[in-house]
Write a new protein. Structure first.
Length: 39
């Protein structure tokens, strides 16, 4: 139904914005640098 699709769309949009705004870029970084950034 349409309600299920809207719910899925809202959760997906929230997740995408969370990843874009809060998850740091890790490309080209060592594991130690990544671990340090989360402390």
């Amino acid at each position: 139904s349409a309600g299920t699709f809207v719910s899925y769309m809202l959760v997906s949009a929230f997740t995408l914005m969370f990843v874009i705004l809060w998850v740091p870029e890790t490309k080209g970084r060592t594991l130690e640098e990544i671990q340090w950034s989360f402390r």
